[in-house]
Structures are given as C-alpha cells and as structure tokens.
Design a protein around this ligand. Structure first.
Ligand code: ZN
Length: 247
C-alpha cells in the first residue's frame, strides 16, 4: 500500500551485481520515477508494446481475492499476484486457487515492511521465507519479486538475485489503497498517461490499506477494460509481458 509515502528518487537504478556489492554498505533506494522508467525499463515493468501487465499486491485475502478472481475470469484476464508470505500462511488454499485459475504468482515479501530498515541477512530471509511459502502452497516456483512499497535496498537486489527472482515494479498505479478511491478514480489514475507496454499496480487485499478499498479496484475493471481496448492493449501477467533481461 501507499507507495507514495516514499518519495520517488530514481537513483541507484541499473546497478550490476558488482556495483551493488561495491555499494553494499551505502544506503541505496530504487523507487518508481519517470527517470527510473527510462534508465531501467525492465525494472519498471516496461514490456512489449500492445501488452499490459496486470498485477495485484498484498494478497491472498479470503475477504477479497475470490471476488477479484471471479471478475478476472469474467473478463478473460490473467494477471500476476505478488503475494505476502504471511497472507499465504493464513490462506494456502486460496493461494493455490490463484495459481490454479491460470494466474502467475510472484513474491511481495514475507511481511509487509520496507526493506530500508532491514539488514542484508534479514532481507534475504524474509524474501526466501515468502518464496518458499508461496511455492509450497501453489506448487509453482515464483520467478518475480516486487518489494513492499516498491522500495528496494541493495540487500534486496542481491537477495533477489541469489533466489533467482527478477525484480519488477510498475509504470502505473490505481492508488487503490486510499479510502477515497473509486472505480473511476482508479481507472483514471491507471490510464492517465499510460505507457504502451506498461505494468499496472493494483491490490487484491486491504490488509495494509483502507478497509474495503479493494471494492474500488473491482469497480475499476470495466473502465480499465474499455481503456485498454481503446488503446489496443492485450492484458496478461508479467511473465508474458516480454520484459527484456535487464543484464
Ligand atoms: Zn504491498
């Protein structure tokens, strides 16, 4: 939730492992920014033109994810669900349902906390625990990682590399974590200035957001469907988005 709380910096993007290691002790932050999209399009989730990657963070949540799955099924859309390990432990069967419905599962961390306050070992252990939890519940080994709040420490970068996870953020969000969000506001936020080949951040749980804000997310689907269709965009998961290898 609330990625805007952390100011977009757009620095430190594009570090190779060697560069990351060299800066191991220095604070480094990667967050979404227009600069970042140009410097590191793969990290921002820029894929093939004509395609939009649809992603949902913070689930699975028994109070909201089933409704999201049903709506996606009606639209014929498949998406990527960046799951929290602590949510999967509470609802492993629902995590399995997400995968069984044809959606992609990704890792959002074990607990929803910023990496910036964690040391490298704790960061690694958090991401690994979530990855193992998701793999065990779904029978699918995740290949994508998105850090909570979209902020990534150097330790997070290294841990993702060690765990064979590719990091992806987003190019557009619905700001659907807000109490005042509506279906219209979510769709407007996503579609305003939408980049062809972009990745959209939404949420299938309110566990870190305003209560029941996922209803606005659901309400946005018909509007998003029209907006995507008007732009000739095909909806799919990150794994089918044609994101180039970053290095
Ligand atoms: Zn989140």
């Amino acid at each position: 939730m609330n990625p805007r709380r952390l100011a977009p910096l757009g620095i430190g993007i594009g570090l190779g492992v060697a560069g990351a290691a060299a800066l191991h002790t220095a604070p480094s932050l990667i967050a979404l920014s227009s600069i970042g999209r140009h410097l590191a399009p793969s990290l921002a989730g820029v894929g093939e033109r004509g395609h939009v990657a649809l992603t949902f963070d913070d689930g699975p949540d028994p109070s909201s994810t089933p409704a999201v799955l049903e709506a996606l099924d009606e639209l014929g859309w498949r998406a990527t669900f960046f799951m929290l390990g602590e949510m999967v432990r509470k609802a492993p069967g629902l995590a399995a349902e997400v995968a069984a419905a044809g959606h992609e599962v990704g890792v959002h961390g074990d607990r929803h906390r910023t990496l910036l306050r964690l040391g490298p070992r704790t960061t690694h252990d958090d991401i690994k625990r979530a990855t193992d939890e998701i793999a065990s519940a779904t029978g699918v080994q995740p290949t994508w990682y998105r850090p909570p709040f979209g902020t990534l420490s150097v330790g997070g970068l290294l841990a993702a590399r060690q765990l064979d996870l590719r990091v992806v953020l987003w190019t557009a969000w619905g700001r659907d974590w807000r109490a005042e969000a509506t279906g219209t506001s979510v769709a407007d936020d996503v579609l305003e200035g939408f980049i062809d080949g972009g990745t959209v951040l939404l949420h299938d749980s309110d566990c870190t957001s305003a209560p029941e804000c996922w209803r606005a997310t659901l309400d946005s689907f018909p509007l998003l469907g029209k907006g995507f269709a008007d732009r000739g965009l095909v909806v799919g998961p990150v794994g089918e988005h044609g994101i180039a290898a970053s290095r």
